[in-house]
Write a protein of this length. Structure first.
Length: 351
């Protein structure tokens, strides 16, 4: 059984959803809607039905659900209008710009008894799934620290992403993916505090890069960083556990694992560095460690829509829950507060 979908916003990501819907085994693409006439005309030139007004979308009975892929500041108003018309809603990320706004959206979904979710598609990224496997197996023991980075060198895009009133900035853009992933890895640990710093190398108005640390109970720490002025990228993921370390240098690369199976070493040979000797920093060898590349996980991002459609049929529960959306947005709000106060902010967590 296929479910009728309209994609609202036929820009970069709306185009991605359209391609995806045309190939989907669970979605029937009814059409798209954009506020710009030229985008609607472009869709029509590709054989896709275009709705020139939102009202037409709301009144169309074949449309069971919408995916909203428009600038971040207008997710709320369009999502609530659609939910009030009885449509289920998938919002692009960030679901919206503040926790208060999110609560209004959740209230609309409850009042109208419709589904409401956010497209956290990067939960299906193979690099993230590999790190998740590191957390969920005993490969390196209990993971007490994870670092997640995305580095580019082209500055922040020159579209609405560079403008504050549209919800621009990298924390709202890539940050929301990275934070969602980190919160999934530490889904059972309460957050105690958040510390964040912004970079403004190519844009004064919004952050064109950020560094954010989430401190969890019992000392676990998740660090995320987005940079748009990095001509050498640091590893995508780096995790340390009680029994080893794991690194993914790039999203195209496998996860390299070093398991430490014997803590004590008898005869460590000192290593000569430029102007001295060190035993402390001498690399481990195969007598105490085992090094290997983990098998790359298999992933299919279509499972996001498969899950949403199964939820419409009442056969599954949402993979991306309202509570998870709340937690991500609350971390982002804490991040902004921390930047403002230039210090870590306490976090009142509910898991
Ligand atoms: P974009 O600028 O390429 O496209 C946005 C489109 O929305 C434009 O065609 C614009 O005319 C249209 N639009 C603006 N306001 C509208 C309204 N009120 N009603 C109908 N159409 C409207 O932007 P984009 O890169 O496609 O980003 C859109 C959303 O998708 C953002 O929230 C962004 O964060 C998200 N996004 C998600 C991912 C992901 O991997 N999940 C990737 C890129 C973008």
């Amino acid at each position: 059984m296929k479910h009728g979908l309209c994609i609202i916003g036929y820009g970069g990501m709306g185009g991605w959803h359209t391609e995806h819907a045309l190939k989907s085994d669970v979605v029937e693409l009814i059409g798209i809607h954009d506020i710009k006439e030229e985008r609607n005309k472009l869709a029509e030139s590709r054989g896709i039905k275009a709705f020139y007004t939102l009202e037409e979308v709301l009144e169309n009975k074949d449309i069971e659900f919408v995916t909203i892929a428009i600038p971040n500041d207008v997710h709320e108003e369009v999502a609530i209008a659609c939910m009030n018309a009885g449509k289920h809603v998938i919002s692009e990320k960030p679901v919206t710009l503040s926790c208060d706004s999110l609560e209004r959206m959740i209230a609309a979904s409850e009042k109208n008894n419709v589904l409401f979710s956010v497209h956290q598609n990067r939960r299906w990224d193979v690099d993230y799934l590999a790190i998740q496997k590191i957390f969920d197996t005993d490969a390196i023991g209990d993971v007490f620290s994870v670092e997640s980075r995305i580095h580019g060198s082209r500055g922040i895009p020159s579209d609405w992403r560079g403008i504050k009133k549209y919800g621009g900035g990298m924390l709202y853009d890539w940050g929301v993916h990275l934070i969602d992933q980190l919160l999934m890895l530490y889904r059972d640990k309460k957050i105690e505090s958040v510390f964040c710093e912004f970079e403004h190398l190519t844009n004064d108005e919004v952050d064109d890069g950020y560094r954010l640390t989430i401190n969890f109970e019992n000392g676990a720490r998740a660090y995320s960083e987005v940079g748009t002025y990095n001509f050498i990228a640091m590893p995508r993921f780096y995790a340390r556990g009680r029994k080893g370390s794991a690194v993914i240098s790039d999203w195209r690369e496998p996860c390299k694992v070093v398991e430490c199976f014997a803590w004590h070493e008898n005869d460590v040979l000192p290593v000569k560095t430029a102007a001295g000797l060190t035993k402390t920093m001498a690399p481990r060898d195969e007598i105490t460690t085992k090094t290997y590349d983990m098998e790359r996980p298999i992933s299919d991002v279509h499972n996001y829509y498969r899950n949403f459609c199964a939820c419409i049929e009442g056969k599954q529960t949402q993979i991306v829950t309202h509570q998870q959306m709340r937690r991500v947005l609350k971390v982002i709000e804490a991040g902004f507060e921390s930047v403002e106060k230039k210090q870590p902010v306490k976090f009142d967590d509910v898991i």
